[in-house]
Design a protein around this ligand. Sequence first.
Ligand code: HAM
Length: 445
Amino acid sequence: MEMKSDHLDSLHWRGMATIKAVRGTRDLLPPDTNLWNHVEATARSVFARYGFGEIRTPIFEATELFARGVGEETDIVSKEMYTWEDRGRAESDRGQSLTLRPENTAGVVRSYIEHGMAETGMLEKLFYIGPQFRRERPQRGRYRQFWQIGAEVLGPPWSGSDSALRDAEVLEMLATLLNELGVKGWRLALNSVGSAEDRQRYSAALRDALAPVKDKMCPDNQRRAETNPLRVLDSKDPNDQEIIDGLPKIADFLSEDSRTHFEQVKAALDACGVAYAIEPRLVRGLDYYTRTTFEFTVPDGSGLGTQNALLGGGRYDGLSEMLGGPKTPGIGFAIGEDRLILTLRAQAAEQAAKKLDAFIAPMGVAQNPGALKLAQELRHAGLSVEVGDGSFRLRKSFDAADKLARKMIIFGEDEVTSGILTVKDFSKGEQEKIAREELAAALKN
Ligand code: HAM
C-alpha cells in the first residue's frame, strides 16, 4: 500500500525528541565562520613568511602515542581522552586501543619519525590547524571538541633545532601573529623547566618537600606527590596553594647549560622587543616539556571567562626518543582557536562600545571657532574629541555628549576669559573646574 508522503512525515515527526549537538561541542555557522577563516588565513600568511609548511595528521591515533608522549599522569591522559577499543568484525581480529587526539604535537613527532624526516638533516618547520578532543567540564572557552592552530620546529641536533634562537623566533612569530590579528593586551609568561636531568633533580626535591605535608593536600595531589610531583604545581585546588607556594623553585635546579640557554632566549627576545614576564611556576600540563615553556594570556574581561590562556607551548627535546625515534630537539605551540575568536569578538565589542574622551559644547555660535581650536589642541594631545555647535540648546549638547563621550566640556564666554573650564563627568555625575593648561592631562584619567 502506498502512503501519502505528508502522512509519512507526520508519523515521523510527531512526538519525537530532537537531536542536539553533544555536550561540549558546537556548530560554527556563517557569518561566524568568516572570522574563523580570516584568523586561519592570517595564520597561514604569517607562517609562510617564517618558512612553515602545513602538516595534516590523522584525528585518531594509537592510544599509546599519547600515553608515552603526553604522559600517563597528566590530566589529559588520565582523565580526558576519548579512547575506545577498535575491533574488526572477525573474532580473530586483534583489537587496538585508539584515541581521538587531545593535542597534535605527539602526532606530528610520530609522523616525523615515521616518514624519516630526520634523514634530510634539515630543520622542519610544520604547522597545523584542526580539531582536538578532551573530555573536560565544558564552560566558556573550554570545549570537548576545540580547534588548535599550532606549529612545531624540529630536527636533528646538527640542524640547529636546539638553538635558543628557534625559541625566540617562535615567540616573536606569535607576537607578530597576535598583533596582526589585532589582539590587545596579550602577555607572554615565560619559564624554563630545565633538561630532563634538571627535572629529575627538581622532582626529587619536590618529592622530599612534599613528603611531610602531602597528607594535608587533596587526594589528586597526594597521588601526584609520589607519582609525578611536577604536576602538583599546576594544581588549581585553592586549599593547596599555600603549600605549593612554599615549594622549591625550578630556577634553583637548572644546570649551567639550561641557564645559559634560557638567558639566550631572553636576550634574543629583548633584541626583538618582545616583552615577557618570568613565571617560575609555569611547568605546563604535559610531560614532554624541557627547558623553555610559555603561555600567552589576555586580560580578564577579554571574553574567556576563567580561561585566560590563549595559547601554550615549549620545548620537547626528548619527545622523539620517548616515541622510539632519533634524538630530535623541538619547540612549538598551540593556539586555542576558539579562545582566540572569543577574545577578538569581545575586544571588538568593547572597542565599539568605547566612548570618546570628551565632547566640547560651545555656549553660542560666537564660541564655535574657539571650541574648534580647543578640540584641535586636545586631539593633538592624543585624545578623542567631538565638538558640538553653538546653536545647540544646552539640553541638546548634553544629550549628544552623554551618548558619545565620557565627559562634556562647557565652553562659554566666561570660560574663555577666565581660562577655567567646567567639565562634567557622566560616569561619576560630577562637575569640576579645570584650568585649560591642565585639561588634556585631566581628561586622560
Ligand atoms: P595545551 O596547553 O594543552 O598545549 O593547549 C594549547 C591551547 O589549546 C591552550 O592554551 C588553550 O588555548 C587551548 N585549549 C586546550 N584545551 C582546550 C579546551 N578544552 N577548549 C578550548 N581550548 C582549549 C598543547 O596542546 C601542546 N600540544 C602545545 C604545544 C605544541 N607544545 C609544543 N608544541
